[in-house]
Design a protein around this ligand. Structure first.
Ligand SMILES: C[S@@+](CC[C@H](N)C(=O)[O-])C[C@H]1O[C@@H](n2cnc3c(N)ncnc32)[C@H](O)[C@@H]1O
Length: 300
């Protein structure tokens, strides 16, 4: 549940439309973005985080200081940009000390991989910029190489860049006497090549189905199924009440992760299969396909 309207619930909105929008990806304890929000009351700030703890920390700051121009969303940065931000709408993007994922086998997790940088660049306004700070020289160079491939940025490398505010990780690395590398990528044009990106599609179809046969959720516990190439489901614990059954479900749709309870209810001689109303989900084609697939699963 959202604790305040400034914590945006991704399952309840269609677009994020703010004037003068500035974004910080992975804001950690929120000191940096809240500092900017205080300094620039005429801009709107959106902090994107996957950590619930970080969201709570920022919410406390927002509440305590009544910062009306600061919002947060708990969702992966890629999907936030992909689903909710308009092209050419973002003025500034800050990325401070992201995990560098130095091992090659983890490079797909890097925040500035080509696909992400491409998407971020599409969302930036002309002359808008991405500012990256990192202590990791290889990651810094990796980001520059990707920016060069897109060929749409002025690439500015700073030496001894000083800012009034320091993030938790910046303090940490400075204490350890590590160098800090700062990079600004200013958008001058649209990217010069099209990069294929992961997509998901919203759906308005009904996500509940009447079925004739009972599905024994107990037998699904711990099982993984590949419904389609990019649609994989994993089932966890199931629960039972009189004439009602639920099972914890993780559905990965092209990399987007839906967590919810699948719900089965007896209705007369039939059953109704749906997503539990306790779970808020982003209604997508994958969710609809999942319900259809499960309704036809007759192995059990
Ligand atoms: C190393 S911490 C840096 C935190 C803060 N920026 C600082 O400098 O102190 C990286 C942060 O990025 C967040 N993060 C990692 N991947 C993310 C993603 N894909 N989308 C949004 N946030 C992400 C993590 O939860 C974590 O809080």
């Amino acid at each position: 549940m959202s604790s305040s309207i400034q914590e945006i619930n991704p399952r309840r909105i269609n677009k994020i439309n703010f004037d003068n929008l500035v974004v910080e990806i992975g804001f950690g304890n929120g000191v940096y973005i809240s500092h900017l929000a205080r300094l620039y009351p005429n801009k709107n700030f959106l902090g994107i985080e996957i950590s619930g703890e970080s969201i709570k920390k920022l919410s406390r700051i927002i509440k305590r200081e009544n910062l009306k121009n600061l919002y947060s969303i708990k969702l992966d940065a890629y999907w936030t940009f992909y689903l909710f931000l308009e092209d050419n709408s973002v003025y500034e993007i800050y990325i401070n000390f992201p995990d560098p994922w130095p091992k090659k086998k983890h490079q797909d997790r890097r925040l500035t991989k080509l696909e992400n940088l491409y998407l971020f660049s599409k969302k930036l306004k002309y002359n808008g910029f991405i500012q990256l700070k990192t202590d990791h020289f290889n990651f810094y160079n990796y980001t520059i190489e990707n920016a060069k491939v897109l060929n749409c940025f002025e690439i500015i490398e700073y030496k001894n860049f000083h800012e009034e505010i320091k993030t938790k990780y910046e303090e940490k690395w400075l204490k350890m006497k590590r160098s800090i590398y700062t990079l600004k990528l200013v958008k001058l044009s649209e990217p010069k090549l099209n990069i294929p990106i992961k997509t998901i599609r919203r759906s308005e179809s009904m996500s509940s189905l009447k079925i004739k046969n009972f599905i024994d959720f107990k037998k699904l516990e711990g099982k993984v199924f590949k419904i389609e190439e990019d649609l994989v489901v994993k089932f966890f614990k199931s629960f039972e009440r009189e004439d009602e059954w639920m099972i914890e479900t993780l559905l990965s749709e092209n990399g987007y992760k839906h967590y919810f309870f699948t719900y089965l209810r007896k209705k007369g001689n039939e059953y109704v299969l749906s997503i539990s109303s306790f779970s808020e989900v982003l209604k997508t084609e994958g969710i609809i396909k999942f319900i259809k697939w499960l309704s036809n699963l007759d192995t059990f």
